[in-house]
Design a binder for this molecule. Structure first.
Ligand code: FEO
Ligand code: CA
Ligand code: CA
Length: 534
């Protein structure tokens, strides 16, 4: 492509990003207050902003001007009785009363028995150990100098696990029970306007299977854990969005948001304080959902909708609104339990694995990571943009378009977790699956990474690789502190493709002959500040 063409493309793209159409007076304070010259003096952004090249090394590689510290790793003591779980994913930092303290929530998505229960023979004890190491962690953090450190002495430190009894916030029982045992396969999530955390039960079928609703039988995937031999938990108790109060550890499962492989639950508060929650169902040919609460400060009741991308319509999943739902389901509870079937009946558009969702702070658009669909030779995925009519999040119509395509041209594949920083830049992680990485169509991307789409400055519109993950790992759960100076990031499943503990593919983070360890890191440095203009 000629330089002129490239410049023209970038100019168009910057306009597309919103920079060209949002008046300065409308920009959020963090953009208009940005003092670019001060940043440039403090750090040579122009050279550091080039980022890093893809890498297949067994390191967490970062761009020049950034450093990481391991905050917590699998098995670390977090209190007198609890330890940090396996495979950390979503992180959410809830600020405390001062700028020196806060609480970090961390999801623990799944366990790999090779690392968690290795050497234990099949038993309830082994199942219990695996069940303990998924769910989430509540962690008290304190500032020590410029660094965030875990405070193990705080009574706030807690684990929520696959054993924790959690009530359904719903007027009817679910499969005869008002409580479920545990939360599991906790992938991404969200934060409510009232400071609680939403954690999403994604691939729940790996734990207790999934019901075939025609025959009533439970379908069990071949790789399923054997926990069902010791605990009689029905599949219907999983696949929900779970709200956790990080101050108390109280949890509730929100039936009103429906049941599927929820990746995330991204909240927006309306002017009347009701809440809209966007969520993706991460499976090939599944849909994107939007929930609009009835009341402020609660997700107990409201209406759920599914996106019909072709028509630009949010289709109601309320049984009273849809004859076809009345014909196929007994009541609203059944619609919500069998959400995928209901969504297709009302016209929900099948998509290429909808994962994380974020709201663009500058344009207000809803951005959705569509990871890939290898069955249709869509190897690289894209980020989809939804523009709600009149910018209203409770609107029932929208326009949808591709925001950013994965592929060699843009240097990334398989977008997954999204996060905006204080400068309005979009950060995203990639999720090339362990078995596909460094092979076939993915060779040039090497290991998974962390990328940023720059919003302003001379490099606006460019995608820069900021980090490269250790071997087999996926970088997950990017989350910024309110001042933008610390980025929390999970390093999930390093060495996940190892055949055995004697044939490890990764030894991250300690190197040598050590076992790999999923860990949450804090990332800081002048590049982080300069990119945001802080
Ligand atoms: Fe757990 Fe969809 O990533
Ligand atoms: Ca994910
Ligand atoms: Ca993923």
């Amino acid at each position: 492509m000629s330089t002129e063409n490239k410049q023209f493309q970038r100019r168009s793209f910057i306009q597309f990003l919103g920079k060209g159409v949002v008046a300065t007076s409308l920009l959020p304070p963090f953009i208009s207050a940005c003092n670019k010259e001060a940043s440039r003096r403090a750090f040579n952004l122009e050279s550091a902003i080039k980022g890093i090249l893809p890498s297949d090394s067994d390191k967490l590689l970062l761009s020049e001007g950034l450093d990481y510290k391991v905050l917590l790793r699998f098995g670390d003591k977090i209190s007198k009785r609890d330890t940090f779980g396996f495979n950390c994913d979503y992180t959410a930092f809830i600020p405390g009363k001062t700028s020196e303290d806060g609480v970090l929530w961390v999801n623990h998505e799944y366990v790999d028995p090779m690392f968690v229960s290795n050497g234990m023979s099949k038993s309830k004890e082994r199942a219990d150990k695996e069940m303990y190491n998924i769910g989430g962690s509540i962690l008290k953090l304190k500032k020590s100098g410029a660094q965030w450190k875990h405070d193990p002495s705080s009574s706030l430190n807690k684990r929520i696990t696959a054993h924790t009894m959690i009530p359904f916030n719903w007027p009817e029982k679910i499969k005869g029970k008002s409580k479920a045992m545990g939360t599991l396969q906790n992938c991404a999530g969200g934060v409510t306007p009232w400071g609680t955390v939403l954690t999403c039960e994604e691939n729940y079928h790996s734990c207790y299977g999934e019901r075939d609703f025609e025959t009533g039988e439970i379908i069990k995937p071949s790789s399923m854990y054997d926990w069902g031999e010791y605990y009689d938990n029905p599949p219907e108790h999983y696949g929900w969005v779970v709200e956790v109060d990080p101050q108390t550890g109280e949890c509730q499962k929100h039936v009103a948001l429906g049941r599927c492989a929820h990746e995330c639950a991204t909240c927006v508060e309306l002017s009347d304080k009701r809440v809209v929650v966007y969520s993706g169902d991460d499976k090939i040919d599944q849909c994107v959902y939007k929930f609009i609460s009835d009341k402020p400060g609660s997700l107990q009741s409201g209406k759920l909708y599914v996106a019909n991308i072709e028509k630009g319509k949010w289709e109601s999943l309320n049984i009273d609104d849809q004859e076809i739902l009345k014909e196929n389901f007994n009541d609203q509870t059944e619609v919500l339990i069998r959400l995928r079937e209901a969504a297709k009946l009302v016209g929900g558009t099948p998509l290429a694995r909808p994962e994380d969702i974020e709201i663009d702070p500058v344009t207000g658009h809803v951005l959705i990571a569509l990871t890939n669909d290898v069955t249709k030779k869509n190897y690289y995925g894209e980020i989809l943009k939804i523009e709600e009519s009149e910018g209203k999040y409770d609107s029932l119509s929208f326009r949808a378009d591709t925001f950013l395509s994965g592929g060699e041209e843009n240097g990334f594949a398989c977008p997954d977790n999204l996060a905006f920083d204080n400068g309005g830049n979009l950060w995203f992680t990639s999720d090339i699956s362990g078995g596909a990485m460094n092979k076939g169509p993915y060779v040039s991307f090497k290991n998974n990474g962390l990328f940023v789409l720059l919003r302003s400055g001379e490099n606006a519109g460019e995608v820069v690789q900021i980090a490269s993950a250790p071997v087999d790992a996926e970088l997950t759960g990017p989350f910024f502190t309110p001042d933008g100076k610390t980025l929390f990031l999970s390093v999930q499943h390093p060495g996940g493709q190892s055949n055995s503990l004697n044939e490890l593919t990764s030894h991250w983070p300690d190197g040598g002959d050590s076992l790999p360890s999923p860990s949450v890191v804090t990332i800081q440095g002048p590049l982080l500040n300069a990119i945001q203009g802080i």
